[in-house]
Design a protein around this ligand. Sequence first.
Ligand code: G1P
Length: 289
Amino acid sequence: MKIKKAVIPAAGFGTRMLPATKTVPKEMLPLLDKPVIQYIIEEAVAAGIEDILIITNRAKSAMDDYFDYHPELEERLYRDGKLKEREAIRHAADMANIFYVRQKETRGLGHAIWRAKDFIGQDPFAVLLGDDIMRAEVPVTKQLIDAAEKYNASCVGTQKVADDAVGRYSSLQISPLEKTVYKVTDMNEKPTPEEKFSNFAILGRYVLTPGIFDILENTPPGKGGEIQLTDGLRTLCQREPVVAKEFAGRRYDTGNLCGFLEATLELALDHPETKDFMQSYLRQNRLEG
Ligand code: G1P
């Protein structure tokens, strides 16, 4: 099973980041010098993905502009000798073959993924949720692909979350297959403490077989009145093998203010242009505070 295609759902309103997201797509908010979506695409590419479908909506055209060439700006940067900047904007446009389809109505994550049916065809594919930025030695998508290939199964990315966080995610019913891979037998979306299966939550990464599309087509609205990918996966794991990979790496939820800030600070502590500044800023303020 060779996985070369990925789907990035990016059709949400970004209500947790208003007012900024009133006119700027949340995927285009900058984490240092790159928009959030670029980190997601870089992870996919590092995992061997070549073709990427972004599920957008009518308010997201800044995203397709970003992954296009900008000849006038490139020419200007070239003339001014700003070759590094020119290279950076070219790189963003050339990273992968990027395609777009609109989710014409906001009907949930399951419905957004279903929009990828024609693009995917018969191949297994990766899904990367746009809010979840991962920092890992081995790209998290690659860790999932390896587990999916080994078990010839769909795979969801998981980590254990705190009791008070379980209700924000999909909670998994699992049994161990090996150290960090589990067989998935059930799951539920945003459970109450009484409903939860475990503290293993799905965190933003999936490898799915095309079997999911027929299921999603017939999945009724669930939590929040939306067609939930989790409800589709619940059926999928009764029909086909589904495993969960407890991935190594750190995940940031950039869809909310604190997660966004956390990602920004940690990236700034690593970025060659900001790390010295950040370190001395933090040191000084600690000393003075
Ligand atoms: C979505 C999914 C949920 C998953 C979560 C984190 O929720 O519906 O199952 O656990 O992403 O990846 P959202 O964050 O969009 O509410």
